[in-house]
Design a protein around this ligand. Sequence first.
Ligand SMILES: Nc1ncnc2c1ncn2[C@@H]1O[C@H](COP(=O)(O)OP(=O)(O)O)[C@@H](O)[C@H]1O
Ligand SMILES: [Mg+2]
Length: 279
Amino acid sequence: MSAEIPKSELSQEKEPIRTKIIAVANQKGGVGKTTTAINVATALAASGLRVLLVDLDPQGNATTGLGVEKVNTEKEIYSAIIGDCTLSDTILPTAITGLEIVPASADLAGAEIELIELNQREARLKLALKEIFSIYNYILIDCPPALGLLTLNALVAADSVLVPLQCEFFALDGLGQLSRSIERIRNAFNSKLFIQGVVLTMHDGRNNLCKSVEADVREYFGSLVYKTVIPRNVRVSEAPSFGLPAIVYDMHCTGARAYMHLAAELLRGDGRLPEGEAA
Ligand SMILES: Nc1ncnc2c1ncn2[C@@H]1O[C@H](COP(=O)(O)OP(=O)(O)O)[C@@H](O)[C@H]1O
Ligand SMILES: [Mg+2]
């Protein structure tokens, strides 16, 4: 078998892959978590990295948004967390080269309750991910809109949290709660956890409320807020119904371009892209 391995892959073996696990989290629904997870994952894969998107929301929007059929419901994130199968059993390819997904189904809703009874209930995802850990450059976890046991599992497994924030009146409400949860998790389970960044979504620069919310968020979080903002863009909202990331559905639309810039900013922040270079 070794004779068939191309030289480039052999040389990759010598340098172990640096895996980074990012939880995309905000306990509010509809703020752009799934859209951000799908499009950042796609942009990272498009820049030649190997990426896994873990759908940790019982609504399964990341799964359907990537055009993955939930046919085999026995092998999805729920079964891997509960321990009925391994995580690698659940991984499916997507239409995007370099991007794979662990799908979710509605069964996952039961996990919030079933996990309570299990050993190491907060570390089930972390333990499940260990097996496939070193295969990917990035693992993104799309969290449900709650700070329950599923999100706790994501934050215990993750290196960092990417927080999408919609520019609306109550945007900062609940962020204190999220920050406190991150702090508690850092103290109790995962001392390395940090905030990767805050990204403003569905941004409308002509709207005064949006501008004032943006100013507040930048004052509160400082340099943690990405320079790139994601504009409200109808092409972005259409894309999931075609089972495609906006970046693939219409790579020239303003939303797609913003997500590509965001991925480049994220890579630069991680020291994986030289200053000034696009993803
Ligand atoms: N930049 C955007 N422009 C327009 N619509 C968007 C944008 N981002 C997200 N949406 C839409 O807003 C809704 C909520 O986004 P979603 O990513 O599902 O949020 P969450 O995962 O936080 O619940 C979806 O219908 C999505 O298509
Ligand atoms: Mg979602």
